[in-house]
Design a protein around this ligand. Structure first.
Ligand SMILES: [Zn+2]
Length: 404
């Protein structure tokens, strides 16, 4: 599977993947998924929101056990974020058939569309639409960098955009959804475990900081006469790092826009985007309030106007405790010693389709060790042995949930 999939959307220059929603690379990934489904005798369908489903058993019977992930990527993404979950799903089905397991419930493998949001700027579009967390009007407003709307892009790819909309009947037929994903951090590397179970997705959000000063000549304006927003922005970046360290959260200024953006011009505007995440809401609030307070103090001292706008926010997602505990029970204990070690349970700062679906469906996640923790980069990696351990763990879970 990796040999065929690994070629699709690979950029030879960067060594990273460029699989954006409703492009040629996305179409090739979808054809790969369909071929894998058909090769295993599964019934393939694409739902109204462009998510792919490969069914074993009657999709309409209800209480289905579903597993899968996504095949799209961020710009120059790694090979594993998304595809590991889809490949492992097909491999886990193969493993269950080798074991002679009999399915007592309908079973499906999914590829959720446009998870990364690389083209239209919003993550998890396919699952958000299905779960009613993105309205049809909201989806119609999405535009890519060339001004192409989501419906136009879908239509160009041969998918009917008029069908977009919430899909509660489909979700109501799912009894459990399990997503396997490469870990995007080093918790498993540090604990020495190949596979872990997710506890929660951290609350996270994006805030836009606009620092407004006065554009002027870099060579003729005395320092005392300047209203330069750049030093104030710089102080704010340092404050974000400090506040995150103090509170035990994460804070990142990873995107900045400067006007007029000239080498010899004092900026009139510096616009920076803060991404902040933490294990709990109180910590996140502490970090963001601390960054904003520092920004306001520095801005006031320098005569800079500051506005802060929260552009997006996602509260904590706690995966269903009963299903999470069931996964831990099914995976049992491993390692040396008479009782061995329980499978680790860990939180994550990254968003996933499983997080979106958890509002409608009992949902759980498995993570596979990523030795460097690097993700959203060509350097993203998981060892072959760990990927195999992930397949076995997923097969154990699916056997416990869906088989006699
Ligand atoms: Zn992912």
């Amino acid at each position: 599977m990796w040999r065929d999939l690994g070629r699709i959307g690979l950029d030879p220059g960067s060594g990273g993947y460029r699989r954006y929603a409703w492009t040629g690379a996305d179409r090739d990934c979808r054809e790969w998924f369909r071929a894998q489904a058909e090769a295993r005798g599964l019934t393939h369908e694409t739902d109204r929101n462009g998510n792919q489903w490969a069914w074993l058993g009657d999709p309409l019977a209800g209480d289905a056990v579903v597993t899968g992930s996504h095949l799209d990527s961020v710009p120059d993404g790694g090979a594993f974020d998304g595809p590991l979950g889809v490949v492992s799903s097909f491999a886990a089905l193969d493993e269950l058939r080798r074991r002679g397991a009999e399915f007592t419930k309908p079973f499906a493998i999914t590829n959720f569309g446009d998870e990364e949001g690389a083209r239209f700027g919003l993550a998890c579009v396919g699952s958000r639409l299905a779960a009613g967390q993105l309205t049809v009007e909201g989806a119609h407003r999405l535009r890519d960098g060339d001004g192409v709307s989501l419906p136009q892009a879908m239509e160009a790819a041969g998918h009917d955009p008029d069908a977009l909309g919430p899909d509660p009947e489909r979700l109501a037929r799912i009894g459990a959804f399990v997503e396997l994903h490469v870990e995007q951090g080093r918790a498993l590397d540090l604990s020495g475990d190949p596979v872990g179970v997710a506890s929660a997705i951290w609350p996270h959000g994006r805030w836009r900081f606009d620092f407004r000063g006065e554009a002027n000549h870099a060579g003729t304006t005395r320092l005392a006469d300047r209203r330069d927003p750049m030093p104030t922005y710089a102080e704010t970046v340092l404050a974000a790092r400090r506040e995150a360290e103090l509170a035990g959260g994460l804070a990142t200024f990873g995107k900045v826009a400067v006007e007029p953006n000239g080498v010899n011009a004092i900026p009139s505007l510096v616009r920076g985007w803060l991404d902040s995440r933490a294990a709990d809401q109180a910590t996140l609030d502490t970090v963001v309030a601390g960054v904003e307070r520092a920004a306001r103090e520095h801005a006031e001292r320098a005569g800079i106007d500051l506005t802060v706008v929260r552009e997006s926010f996602t509260p904590v997602v706690e995966f269903q405790h009963a299903l999470r505990d069931e996964l831990c029970r099914l995976l049992g204990r491993s390692g040396p010693g008479p009782s061995g070690r329980a499978v680790p349970v860990l939180g994550t700062g990254a968003g996933h389709d499983a997080g979106i679906l958890s509002a409608s469906v009992p949902t759980a996640m498995l993570f596979v060790r990523n030795p460097t923790g690097i993700s959203h980069s060509p350097a993203e990696h998981a060892a072959e042995d760990d990927c195999a351990a992930g397949v076995r763990a997923l097969a154990d879970v699916l056997e416990g949930l869906a088989c006699s």
